[in-house]
Design a protein around this ligand. Structure first.
Ligand code: HMG
Length: 389
């Protein structure tokens, strides 16, 4: 696994004050303390490439080992050329690699992951690995209710028949999809549009449908106690921390738990440590929450089952599960993600607003002459995006 977030962020308490809102509404009411805000040399490609490089390096995996690269994103940089092709170039992946992009709001990365699992299980992988990257920059209009639920980041995962972190359980998955208009981004807009409170209802309805479908697929419903106590942890899609709390309350109520909040800290709390400092990263949000769980849970999760709920507006959702492998927590801790989050620089609100304005015209920004390094977007020349390697 690899994770990339922007080097800069906005303190939600500062944003609340600038918008004339009580800081408690964003920090406690939404459960977010900071949101990642990318500067103008960062885009979906650079975040994806940085996360993918970390995944390859941490697994000591050569670019030639990758036979499939899929980038799930809803903030692509081109109508035709996939983010995945830029990532292939930046990382030097083999030409014998199948490469494309998937889109279904925040579910796009999970769609890619499930497809990669089938590719590995079918034998088509022939010993090679799939590289799945979820990369997005969440953007709502300045001053809208969605503004404090922005964020940016990427999570990359290697999928193979010898998983080092989590074994995703074959057949144990429940899907729920429904055509709804809860959140969308028209082709002419850089900002997402959302029917906020309705989107929460859609998320919860999808959770219920996917959870029921999972129980049917697993064929083990019934028995003593709450069904979700079969999981050592539950990782929900996190547009903002409070949504995970609402999700958990709903799921435990479905389980017949008369005190549905009582298990929240035990089953969900550790998955929110990092998302609460980064904000919504759309496709990668649930996977950042999984990284957070593996990095910060104090108990040994080896051999234990984790429930995963992915939701994409529009909508498609999936509840699936995995078993944590020996050494997984040490591997994720070794990525040093919490230290990386701590090293970021805070933007003042005027600086953040300047960045938001500048990002409006990023696609047409003339490429800078000075050569940079480290996977940075330099601008566009002859209608072609230029990246520093
Ligand atoms: P809002 O309507 O301005 O906020 O925006 P609110 O009035 O609902 O207040 C939020 C919470 O703060 C409430 O708590 C208040 O009580 C509390 P709740 O009742 O929900 O438990 N509150 C306070 N708490 C402490 N101190 C205070 C205080 N004041 C109020 N002083 C909304 C909220 C979520 C609608 C908005 O941020 C939004 O539209 N966000 C974007 C949409 C979103 O994230 N939806 C989530 C589900 S859909 C999804 O997850 C998919 C998505 O990731 C996209 C994709 O799939 O690609 C978004």
């Amino acid at each position: 696994m690899g994770v990339a977030v922007p080097d800069t962020y906005v303190e939600l308490a500062d944003l609340a004050m600038a918008r004339g809102v009580a800081p408690g509404k964003y920090v406690d009411g939404l459960g977010v303390t900071r949101m990642g805000v990318p500067l103008v040399d960062e885009d979906t490609v650079t975040l994806a490439a940085r996360a993918a490089r970390m995944a390859l390096e941490s697994a000591h995996c050569s670019p030639d080992d990758i036979g499939l690269l899929v980038v799930g994103t809803e903030t692509a940089v081109d109508h035709s050329k996939p983010v995945a092709s830029y990532v292939q170039g930046l990382l030097g992946l083999s030409t014998r690699c199948r490469i494309f992009e998937t889109k279904h709001a925040c579910y796009g990365g999970t769609a890619a992951l499930q497809m990669a699992l089938d590719w590995v299980r079918s034998g088509s992988a022939k010993g090679r690995k799939a590289l799945i990257v979820c990369s997005d920059i969440a953007r709502y209009g300045v001053g809208t209710p969605g503004e404090p639920t922005q964020g940016a980041g990427a999570v990359a995962m290697l999928v193979s028949d010898h998983p080092a972190l989590v074994v995703l359980e074959a057949g144990k998955t429940g899907v729920y999809s429904k055509d709804v208009m809860d959140f969308w981004r028209p082709l002419y807009s850089k900002d997402a549009l959302v029917d906020g409170h309705y989107s929460v209802e859609c998320y919860l309805a999808a959770l219920e449908g996917a959870y029921r479908a999972y129980q049917e697929a697993a064929g083990d419903a019934g028995g003593e106690g709450a069904y979700s106590d079969r999981f050592a942890a539950l990782v929900y899609h996190v547009p903002y921390g409070k949504m995970s709390r609402k999700a958990h309350r709903h799921l435990r109520t479905l389980d017949g738990d008369a005190a549905p909040d009582a298990s929240f800290d035990r089953l969900v709390g550790h998955s929110l440590v990092m998302p609460s400092q980064v904000g919504n990263i759309y496709t990668g949000s649930m996977y950042l929450a999984l990284a957070s769980l593996l990095s910060s849970a104090p108990e040994d999760l080896t051999g234990k089952r984790v429930g995963l709920f992915s939701y994409g507006s529009g909508s498609c959702a999936e509840f699936f599960s995995g078993v944590v492998q020996d050494g997984a927590q040490a591997r994720v801790k070794a990525l040093g993600l919490e230290a990386r989050l701590a090293r970021r620089r805070a933007l003042s609100i005027p600086e953040y607003e300047d960045v938001m304005r500048a990002r409006e015209h990023l696609d047409e920004r003339p490429a800078a002459d000075a050569a940079g390094s480290g996977f940075r977007y330099q601008g566009t020349r002859d209608h072609k995006r230029i990246y520093a390697t």
